[in-house]
Ligand binder design. Structure first.
Ligand code: PMP
Ligand code: GLU
Length: 400
């Protein structure tokens, strides 16, 4: 039988981060020793008090449908968190919880985009943004940023990208894949442009608490009522609470928009798991010590990785200010041969590195900049040390 897929489906690429992770898991299952710097997920267990809360929830019999928008208890816990940590006042009717921040983004774009509407996406960008926008009939407008600006979009670059079809600007701080954090001044610039042009700002703040040195996370929504009304703040439990598999993300925004997102969600998945919601409320309301320990550990790994990468011949990266990735410039190697194969792209590099070098990295092409690869340091120090030894010696021995 000839399978005829929709045009939409045929235009969507599989998530490269998840594809590399599947390949890595398959190699491990086959008994191969592989070092994983691919997918970005904390290697820590979900803190015990959160796991215990899930058991309590189960035993309480919370196994039935919840409101599509999420339980009132969880939405109140999110409001309290946004007030406590971000100085933001939201009411529960301005919050919707979904099955991961990815799903929150998907609901957002489904609620704001008409066919042909443009969304400004600074490059490099997290791999799923462009595909989620396309899935929702939008056009991602890719705006290159400069390494000397730490890959952050400037006011001028932003203004120049606006057309009559622009509907939204996407900002991700701290950034995946670069680790860059926008300063207050830079965010105020974005806010000014958004308000002047009446554009939504989709602000992906999922790494907000994984931040180093004196860098501060500021939510763009905190600059006043006008920008707050235009902002859709995206966050979730995956990174800060090591809860990737639980699937819980949330969005905060204008009540009318949140209502539309809730209607969309009610027909797609109804709501995220009732037990996950119960445990997430406990996570947000509970002690935050585990997070502090996690960030301290990430910081050690970041410093080590940053030093080592910049010491390797032909490689360099900016010092990440947040998140858990280093974005490595490999352009000096493109066009050369690795294991006798000409490196035409970062994908070639990543493929050879995984299949022959047994080190998993994500090609920069998946983030819109081909001369780079991304390495996640959300893995043990031992893996980082041994994996980087392997990475370095593999290049040395096989590059021509
Ligand atoms: N935004 C960014 C920038 C990410 O790196 C990720 C990856 N987890 C997500 C959103 C989605 O996270 P999740 O769906 O696990 O909440
Ligand atoms: N966001 C993480 C990453 O970039 C997890 C995988 C994914 O959802 O893409 O690796």
């Amino acid at each position: 039988m000839k399978i005829k897929l929709s045009e939409k489906a045929s235009k969507i690429a599989t998530s490269m981060t998840l594809a590399i992770d599947s390949k890595l898991k398959q190699m491990i299952a086959e008994g191969v020793k592989v070092y994983g710097f691919g997918v970005g997920e904390p290697d820590f267990d979900t803190p015990e008090y959160i796991r215990n809360a899930a058991i309590v929830g189960l035993n309480k019999g919370l196994t039935r449908y919840t409101p599509a928008q999420g339980t009132i208890e969880l939405r109140k816990a999110i409001c309290a968190k946004l007030k406590r940590e971000n100085s933001l006042d939201y009411e529960p009717n301005q919050i919707i919880v979904s099955s991961g921040a990815k799903h929150s983004l998907s609901n957002t774009f489904a609620a704001i985009l008409n066919p042909g509407d443009e969304v400004i996406v600074p490059v490099p960008y997290w791999v799923s943004y462009t595909e989620i926008i396309k899935l929702n009939d939008g056009i991602p407008v890719l705006v290159p940023t400069k390494k000397e600006n730490n890959f952050k979009i400037t006011k001028e670059e932003l203004k120049n990208a606006i057309t009559s079809r622009t509907k939204a600007i996407l900002i991700n701080s701290p950034s995946n894949p670069t680790g860059a954090v926008y300063t207050e001044r830079e965010l105020r610039d974005v806010a000014e442009v958004a308000v002047e042009n009446n554009l939504f700002v989709v602000s992906d703040e999922i790494y907000e608490r994984i931040i180093y040195d004196d860098n501060k996370h500021i939510s763009i929504a905190s600059f006043g009522s006008e920008i707050k009304d235009l902002t859709i703040l995206i966050n979730g439990m995956s990174k800060s609470y090591a809860m990737t598999g639980w699937r819980l993300g949330y969005a905060a925004g204008n009540e009318k928009l949140v209502k539309a997102m809730s209607s969309i969600q009610s027909h797609a998945v109804s709501h995220p798991s009732s037990i996950t919601q119960y445990a997430s409320a406990a996570a947000l309301n509970g002690p935050q010590d585990d997070l502090r320990k996690m960030v301290q550990e990430f910081n050690k790994r970041r410093n080590y990785m940053y030093e080592r990468i910049n010491f390797m011949e032909g490689l360099s990266c900016i010092k990440p200010e947040g998140a858990f990735y280093v974005y490595v410039d490999i352009s000096a190697y493109l066009g050369r041969n690795l294991c006798g194969i000409k490196l035409g792209s970062s994908l070639d590099f990543a493929q050879i590195m995984l299949e022959k070098g047994c080190v998993a990295v994500v090609p920069g092409g998946a983030f819109g900049t081909d001369g780079f690869i991304r390495l996640s340091y959300a893995t043990s120090m031992e893996t980082i040390k041994n994996g980087l030894d392997k990475f370095e010696s593999f290049i040395k021995e096989n590059i021509e």
